[in-house]
Design a protein around this ligand. Sequence first.
Ligand SMILES: [Zn+2]
Length: 138
Amino acid sequence: MNSPKKGGDIEYNLNLQFEESIFGVEKNILVTKSEKCEVCGGIGKIIFEQCKSCHGSGKQKRNRKIKINVPGGVDTGNVLSLIGQGEQGENGGPSGDLYINISVAPHKTYKRDGIDIYIECHISFGYASNGMDIQYQR
Ligand SMILES: [Zn+2]
């Protein structure tokens, strides 16, 4: 009955700017986790009275700030897994995992296909015949 139970997994949807998806970014995200109630120690009762803090559930919702490092080259649909950053386990069980669903805002100039970046631009005939350097502007 009180066997160790792994905590639940949490999913978080993270929206990135185009540049962040290419170069990587460090983000602080706020995740709401269900944690052991600190008032009653997770029992849900204080002596015989129901714990008022967690209303007898033994758990409370808390916002936890988590720092994540998004590696460069991610794209919409990628999922970052942060093992052990999900909900607390019960009875000594391991914590669940946190899954970050990446979605990347489209850039107004640059288009992307996998790891290749495309740019659509109109260049004059003179430039086209002599060649030119196009610099990526952040
Ligand atoms: Zn409580």
